[in-house]
Design a protein around this ligand. Structure first.
Ligand SMILES: [Zn+2]
Length: 424
């Protein structure tokens, strides 16, 4: 199986890359050949083609690893090519599929090493990215926000809301915000790939793709700006680590020219991040409009989903004023309903334990507010553990089956009785 990447066309602010798959499953690409189109707010005309092809490599490399495919390019940056093996090793470690195949062949290898300085941060205006911005604010001069990742590329209204929030944050920190708009999530069939890795319990975008895909999109403007470091915010800590394509090993294996990546904030759990941001806002008398929601595609924080509720609880556990960071006030019933479902997810156990421990440290057992009192009383370690055990899974299925039978019988009985009543 082979993938060919060619530079299709370039303007001062955009690049179109042609991707063609040979002897590959027809379901892999919605179109074959397909075009990866990216628009940059920056002038990227000085960026050589050997770096411009990297956004397509960021998409295809994880696929090549899993399907043992060979990627062909006309020219490629020397540093990036040298790091392919390190990226593969990181993928073999986390998420943990072994052995992985794949290779990259470049007709021409180009050394783009040049004198660089300063740092840029991939910025979503979420909690992880804002925490990294505060922590690394002396090293970071530029923020890169990607349209086409969480907010679909055709959703202009949602994007404007997210962009406006990010622009407010950038202004508060006196950083320059750069936008990247790409159809990168439309180029490959993520559902098909999840079908392949799903049998091992993985989800393609989260577990295999997004780290490399996002870093590679920021490669061109970061190089054009002459940045030495590209920061990407950690979503997990060492304690709460679950398979995730954005992790210290895979992210920091990525490099090009003289640019290195720093996976930032791996040491801090969510409660600490929320507290750091909230404290920073109080101390500097600023309000931020962070975007934490993954349910509402319109760019708002819905105030209903698990991520909104979890972020709200993380703030409350520290006694923070969550309105300072743009979180809506969430009532107790909504919170209970949303979190109750999430309590069964094994990957949330350490995150919830962090909220629970933070709340107990902050308030003690006697003075907990109503929502935290309920939350702390939940034995989520046991509940999530149950979902993993076969006896519990079987018990749940049997219970659901019996419930359905009971409902059907009840309905038949009611119908029969009404027919009887009519005949009388
Ligand atoms: Zn939400």
């Amino acid at each position: 199986m082979d993938f060919y990447i060619h530079v299709d066309s370039r303007t001062r602010h955009s690049i179109s890359l042609k991707i063609e798959g040979i002897d590959c499953p027809s379901a892999l690409f919605p179109n074959n050949p397909t075009f990866l189109k990216t628009d940059y707010s920056d002038d990227i005309s000085s960026v050589p083609n050997s770096i411009c092809v990297i956004p397509a490599l960021g998409l295809l490399l994880p696929i090549a690893f899993v399907l043992d495919a060979c990627i062909h390019v006309d020219e490629l940056d020397k540093t990036y090519l040298e790091r392919v093996e390190a990226i593969r090793k990181a993928y073999e470690k986390d998420p943990g599929l072994k052995p992985l195949g794949g290779s990259v062949i470049a007709k021409q290898i180009v050394d783009n090493n040049k004198s660089l300085s300063g740092g840029g941060l991939l910025f979503s205006n979420g909690i992880d990215a804002t925490y990294s911005l505060i922590k690394e604010r002396k090293s970071i001069s530029d923020l890169f926000i990607v349209h086409g990742s969480d907010i679909p590329v055709e959703d202009e209204t949602g994007w404007e809301r997210v962009y406006d929030g990010a622009r407010e944050t950038a202004r508060a920190f006196k950083k320059k915000l750069h936008s990247i708009t790409s159809n990168f999530r439309k180029v490959i069939n993520e559902g098909y790939l999840t079908g392949i890795v799903g049998k091992h319990g993985f989800e393609w975008w989260h577990d295999f793709e997004h780290g490399q895909a996002l870093l590679s999109l920021a490669a061109c403007p970061a190089y054009a700006l002459g940045l030495k470091y590209l920061f990407i915010a950690a979503s997990f800590t060492a304690e709460s680590r679950f398979p995730c394509s954005s992790n210290p090993d895979a992210d920091e294996a990525f490099a090009l020219g003289g640019l290195e990546v720093i996976h930032s904030g791996f040491e801090a759990a969510r409660c600490e991040k929320v507290k750091t941001i909230s404290d920073f806002c109080s101390e500097n008398a600023i309000r931020l409009n962070l975007h934490v929601c993954w349910e509402d595609k319109s760019g708002e924080n819905c105030g209903h989903c698990e991520k909104c509720c979890r972020s709200f609880l993380a703030g409350k556990a520290n006694g923070c004023d969550t309105s300072l960071i743009g979180l809506p006030d969430i009532d107790f019933n909504t919170l209970k309903k949303s979190i109750r479902h999430a309590l069964l997810a094994p990957d949330k156990v350490s995150i919830f334990a962090d909220i629970k421990n933070t709340a107990l440290r902050h308030y003690g057992t006697e003075n907990l507010p109503k929502e935290l009192k309920w939350f702390v009383s939940q034995n989520f370690e046991r509940r999530a553990g149950k979902t993993l055990s076969l006896p519990y899974y079987s018990y749940t299925l049997i219970k659901q089956f019996l419930k359905r039978c009971f409902r059907k019988c009840k309905k038949m009985l009611v119908n029969a009785l009404s027919i009887f009543a009519q005949n009388d």
